[in-house]
Ligand binder design. Structure first.
Ligand code: ARG
Length: 444
């Protein structure tokens, strides 16, 4: 028996025709694999999540051409430094947007997303304070609201098919409004960066010098900034200096340390150096101090939801300061049992948030725990900022579980009976001593 094995890409050919690699005709539209994906026939008006960068600008044109749809853009201000929203919306109008909406969501982001993360000391993978992951469910929620207001049947976003953000945005929108459909052009248009730039040139889409010039994919808000891609993907190389646009390199930071006193009420940061501040302003000022002192640079290997590992370079000056102060205060006012237990729930909280399951009921359950655990997290922590480090150096709280007269080295003890300690030690070590004795005896 003869088995014919045909390699993909080979063509059955009749004589006279030079064999050629088979080129699959590009399907008109990719097959849909989920209920929420838009049916191209039924897309009339699209709400596009628009940042003004290369991807979403190309998209603005591409969706109009490809789907013959009207576009409303939504841009969400989450405290991205240095953005001019007038310029962003002007660009959207120029590219044919029917309407442009900009929402200032900084307060809501800080209060309803960053604050729960502070209470949960949230760090994914031990280093990532989740600023992107926290922003996505809010952006998705606002997109649903604006889409309804403006009669859009579909929401479009610039997430790729390799990242976490698509999971967070698709998942949240599909949860909030099962009627709305989604388009993620990057998952289907098979353009790389160079093709996108060519498309932009061809369609007279203005490109910011920066977005064309930088090889990195950037995302930022008031809780941090990330860079991915380009040279960062070479794990054998240390980060290049041009990555860091927010935080001063620690070696260039001032040689004078700064002390910063962070005040908390029930786990919420409320003051800096005694001055009462709203949360947004407080986070901005903390970030400013951290930036100056080279604080909050993280070189992070991360497990994405979709299975890939990726390297991210983070600049998180506010998070580095606030989380370190918060953790320190919590440690002071909580019991040994509370302190030992909370970490397991914190890592679960961080995972759910990272994985785009912000609306998962378990997150609500965990938040109830975090609120309760923060009930007495009131007081002040002084941190020292110096050349890349944040170190708690002074603490005070009306709820500190600390009694100097009991703990003091120099005091005889008061209510703490040193004479009673041997009895405690005997019982406390009972099982350990027993295990050693029995095993020693059995082994001879
Ligand atoms: N790795 C981080 C996350 O998944 C940051 C992603 C940054 N996003 C971006 N679009 N560049 O949350």
């Amino acid at each position: 028996m003869i088995r014919v094995v045909r390699r993909t890409g080979e063509l059955h050919c009749y004589s006279g025709v030079v064999p050629h690699f088979r080129v699959m005709p590009e399907p008109e539209f990719h097959p849909r694999t989920a209920s929420y994906q838009a049916d191209p026939e039924r897309v009339a008006r699209v709400l596009l999540l628009y940042s003004g960068g290369l991807d979403t600008s190309v998209m603005l044109k591409w969706i109009q051409d490809r789907y013959g749809a009207e576009i409303v853009t939504l841009t969400v201000d989450l405290g991205q430094p240095g953005e001019d929203w007038g310029v962003v919306t002007g660009k959207a109008e120029q590219l044919g947007a029917l309407e442009t909406v900009v929402l200032d969501a900084r307060e809501e982001f800080a209060r309803d997303y960053v604050l729960p993360a502070i209470k949960a000391n949230a760090l994914y993978g031990g280093g990532y304070p989740l600023f992107t992951a926290l922003a996505r469910p809010l952006i998705a929620k606002l997109a649903v609201e604006v889409a309804r207001e403006h009669g859009c049947d579909t929401i479009a976003h610039g997430c790729t098919g390799k990242g976490n953000d698509q999971v967070r945005i698709d998942g949240t929108i599909a949860t909030l409004d099962p009627e709305l459909k989604l388009i993620a052009p990057v998952r289907e248009w098979s353009m790389g960066r160079d093709e996108e730039i060519a498309y932009a040139r061809e369609h007279k889409i203005p490109i910011k010098g920066a977005s064309e010039g930088t090889p990195y994919s950037i995302d930022d808000n008031l809780w941090g900034r990330s860079s991915e891609g380009g040279p960062i993907e070479d794990l054998s190389e240390p980060p290049r200096d041009d990555v860091f646009q927010l935080v001063t390199r620690p070696e260039d930071a001032p040689d004078e340390p700064q002390l910063l006193r962070v005040g908390f009420e029930r786990g919420c940061p409320v003051s800096l150096d005694g001055e009462a501040l709203g949360l947004v302003e407080l986070l901005e000022r903390a970030a400013e101090a951290g930036r100056r002192h080279g604080v909050g640079i993280v070189d992070h290997i991360e497990d994405r939801i979709v299975g890939l590992k990726v390297r991210d370079l983070y600049e998180v000056p506010a998070a580095a300061i606030i989380l370190s102060a918060h953790r320190e205060l919590e440690k002071l006012v909580s019991t040994i049992h509370q302190n030992n237990f909370k970490g397991t729930l914190e890592s679960h909280w961080a995972y759910l948030t990272y994985a785009g399951l912000w609306l998962e009921p378990l997150r609500g359950d965990l938040d109830a725990f975090m609120d309760s655990a923060n009930e007495f997290v009131t007081g002040e922590i002084t941190v020292k900022l110096y050349r890349g480090s944040v170190t708690p150096v002074a603490r005070s709280s009306p709820y500190a579980l600390y009694d100097r007269s009991l703990a003091s080295f120099g005091e005889s003890g008061g209510n703490f009976s040193q004479a009673a300690s041997p009895g405690f030690i005997e019982l406390f070590t009972l099982q350990s001593r027993l295990a050693h004795r029995i095993r020693r005896d059995k082994d001879g």
